[in-house]
Write a protein that binds this ligand. Structure first.
Ligand code: NAG
Length: 382
């Protein structure tokens, strides 16, 4: 749900009586009972309810040395006219350019709402050096980890992707309780991820703003993640940054089905051997299957622990990916695509507008123009 928000709708009929649903929920803002077909979560962003949306506050960079510092600041996340905007800004605008290579930033705060939310990968304090700049971009990622999570149902997020090199917008559902262990053992459902590059290609195929992907991450431990077996892509000639689209997930005890604007992109349906077999892990007898006592949908089932699987913090549609870890970015540099790194100050147009199903999501179109090579090169050293 991240920069965008996701609306979660359970499937079903709108009959008068309450037909029990297979959907389970938890969280401070979850309904007490779930009837089949009922809307169980929605946000129209007429106000920015931080009782529902918790901001990430960290320099961690998602384990990929991504460039952003996620923070709670109304420059980087705000609602306006019923839209949620996630808008990046330059760290140097606030702290000065020299700070990136010499300053120390500690993001731990004393108030409950100001605590650092992820200490991994030097996420709470960093000191910049010539070779390892402090995160050059400020952005936002919000999540419903304490307010709402669910298992099985339908999600629809209407969103507009940002454009600009190195932007890595994402809307995910992350496990609330890690029932099967830490990532990726408990799974990760990527409703949509895109890349902001306007001119990025791989083997002649556009893979920037013209591509939207949905992926499942699952495996017994990080280097054994079978995401390649559950990656679905759709291309759009106009680019996903040019219009709002509805990104949809139908998650049932039998399959996960992804659609965009009501057109199915694909579905993942494990056989009786579950995701262990689907991921090809059964060929290695030395690894214990963490899902062996779960259903065939494990880790994408998470039983009665209330709701689990999803909640996702959408990474702001404005995450900056690391050159070291994103092949697409390397490709773009090789291909001589514009190296944009400067952010036009007032930044873009509202990106998103949603209304159906009671949800709206937004983000901000991020325009990066010709770019100061210092930022491009500096970040490349990460
Ligand atoms: C919020 O972000 C803006 C832009 O970077 C900055 O000028 C301002 O100082 C920030 N506010 C706080 C409290 O850090």
């Amino acid at each position: 749900m991240w920069s965008v928000l996701a609306g979660v709708l359970a499937v079903a009929s709108l009959g008068a009586a309450c037909t029990p649903s297979v959907t389970t929920v938890s969280g401070t803002h979850a309904p007490a009972t779930v009837c089949s077909g009922a809307l169980i979560f929605a946000d129209d962003f007429n106000s920015f309810d931080l009782e529902i949306w918790q901001h990430e506050n960290t320099l961690a960079g998602g384990g990929n040395w991504e460039f952003q510092y996620y923070n709670n600041n109304r420059t980087n996340s705000f609602v306006h006219s019923g839209l949620l905007f996630l808008r990046p800004s330059l760290m140097s605008d606030q702290f000065g350019e020299a700070f990136l290579s010499a300053g120390t930033l500690n993001v731990e705060g004393g108030e409950p709402a100001d605590r650092c939310t992820n200490p991994q990968w030097k996420g709470c304090e960093r000191t910049g050096t010539f070779n390892n700049l402090l995160n050059p971009i400020k952005s936002a990622r919000i999540r419903t980890v304490n307010s709402f999570s669910f298992r099985y149902g339908r999600v629809e997020v209407r969103a507009k992707m940002p454009a600009g090199d190195w932007l890595w917008p994402a809307i995910w559902l992350m496990p609330a309780y890690n029932t099967y262990g830490t990532w990726p053992a408990s799974g990760e459902i990527d409703l949509v991820e895109s890349r902001g590059n306007r001119a990025m290609t791989l083997n002649g195929v556009p893979i920037g703003v013209h591509e939207a992907g949905s992926t499942l991450h699952f495996g017994p431990y990080p280097v054994l993640n079978a995401c390649d077996r559950a990656r679905l892509i759709r291309r759009n000639a106009a680019g996903y940054h040019s219009n709002f689209h509805r990104y949809q997930l139908e998650w049932t005890p039998d399959y996960l089905r992804f659609s965009i604007d009501d057109l199915e992109v694909g579905r993942v349906t494990p056989g009786n051997g579950g995701f262990w077999e689907f991921g090809g892990f059964n060929s290695n007898p030395n690894i214990e299957n963490p899902w062996r006592f779960g259903s065939k949908m494990a880790p994408f089932d998470e039983k009665d622990t209330k709701g689990c699987h999803d909640r996702k913090p959408p990474r702001a549609p404005a995450g900056w990916s690391s050159l070291a870890d994103t092949s697409g970015v390397k490709t773009s540099l090789r291909d001589g695509a514009p190296r944009e790194a400067a952010i036009d100050p007032p930044l873009g147009n509202p990106c998103l507008r949603v209304l159906d199903g009671g949800l709206r999501i937004f983000c901000w179109e991020y325009r990066l123009n010709a770019c100061p090579s210092d930022l491009a090169e500096g970040t490349a050293t990460r």
